[in-house]
Design a protein around this ligand. Structure first.
Ligand code: UD1
Length: 347
């Protein structure tokens, strides 16, 4: 039984690791890397560090407008799928690579298995929202991290093939904890850890400056891992890194290093999806610079606070202490095995 899986952006390399392991001896797995993320520290480093197999196919899609990027992936993915004739295609999450893979599979009548299905921000201006809605509606098996995600699908009339299996990213956190893979404290000073890359926070010069100025005013030092999108835009807008004396800018981090920075921080400030959960699982306060989140449970449980217009609210929110962390949030860290069981039973 042959499965093709599509990966392309940083969070997908992470999600792919537990799945690849769970497939061993059970499913023949071929991997297509679309090349959406191509810098070594956005891509290669994850394969090396996690010891994953190199992709069977690597496309050279690169950056571009959404239509162009998605279309060019589709052209190449289709050729490979026709050649390989898989029994199913696995896609993760909500990036343009996810949608490209799902659309190709759908046109060729190949079953689609969507990992991290049912998430909704209810903000269709986000490209990810459109990607995930469309992918869910053409998927045959939909693996959701939570009951709320399942309910989102029910509300859209999708009830067949839906399984609540928890979050595959928790499989990795469990692995990291079991193998004790968190590194040593990076600096002695206390600090907040920051990542930022969403277009609505980075693409407008004034918005980006406003965020950086507010981070610069926080009471503890800020360590900010700079996504290439954000870095490129800061250059384009002539925003000088040196004017923010409270912020240390560092390169995008590998998986284990990122978790190490998070673990020893006094809290996370982010607009990433995955890191909101990682912060929760590591019992770190999270401030999400967005007006909404797909990971609503982290907010209702008190571990995550949304701020957007008034960023002076960050300081109080990040310093509050939380008594009870729900260790069962998004499952027990065995999602990948359950996914493989369902796929084997389906194809
Ligand atoms: C993409 C995903 C987003 C995910 C994020 C994780 C979509 C629509 N968005 O956003 O859901 O949270 O990845 O990082 O698929 N760039 C480089 N080198 C790279 C990759 C990107 O320089 O290796 C720069 C380019 O200038 C590019 C920009 O970053 O134009 C944006 O990259 P892109 O993959 O289009 O979107 P992300 O913002 O990374």
């Amino acid at each position: 039984m042959k499965i093709i899986t599509i990966i392309g952006a940083r969070p997908q390399f992470i999600k792919h690791f537990p799945f690849e392991k769970a497939c061993e001896g059970r499913l023949e797995l071929k991997t297509i890397h679309t090349g959406q993320h191509y810098d070594a520290n956005m891509s290669e480093i994850f394969f090396d560090q996690l010891g994953m197999k190199k992709p069977d196919y690597t496309l050279s899609t690169g950056s571009g407008n959404h239509g162009e990027q998605t279309a060019s992936m589709m052209v190449e993915i289709e050729k490979i799928v026709l050649l390989e004739q898989p029994n199913g295609i696995v896609v993760y999450g909500d990036t343009n690579s996810t949608l490209a893979g799902a659309l190709v599979a759908s046109k060729l009548h190949i079953p689609i298995f969507h990992i991290e299905a049912g998430l909704r921000s209810f903000n269709k201006k986000m490209p990810e929202e459109v990607n995930r809605i469309l992918t869910d509606h053409i998927s045959d098996l939909l693996f959701t991290p939570s009951e709320a995600a399942k309910l989102n699908l029910t509300n859209e009339g999708i009830t067949k093939g839906v399984y609540v299996i928890g979050d595959i990213m928790k499989d990795l956190i469990k692995y990291v904890k079991e193998k004790d893979l968190i590194g040593v404290r990076p600096i002695q000073e206390s600090y907040y850890y920051v990542t930022l890359h969403r277009p609505y926070n980075t693409d407008d010069r004034e918005r980006l400056k406003y965020i950086l100025e507010n981070l610069n005013d926080l009471s503890s030092k800020v360590i900010m891992a700079l996504h290439p999108r954000t870095k490129n835009l800061m250059e384009k807008y002539s925003i000088d890194l040196n004017q923010f004396s409270n912020i240390s800018f560092i390169e995008p981090q590998s998986y284990f290093h990122n978790l190490t920075y998070l673990t020893f921080s006094d809290g996370l400030i982010t607009d990433s999806g995955g890191m909101q959960k990682e912060a929760y699982w590591l019992n770190k306060n999270c401030i999400t610079i967005r007006t909404e989140t797909e990971w609503i449970e982290t907010v209702t449980l008190g571990g995550n606070v949304l701020v957007f217009d008034d960023l002076t609210l960050i300081q109080n929110a990040i310093d509050k202490s939380i008594e009870n962390w729900d260790s069962n949030l998004y499952g027990d860290g065995n999602a990948a095995t359950q996914i493989v069981n369902k796929i084997v039973g389906y194809v």
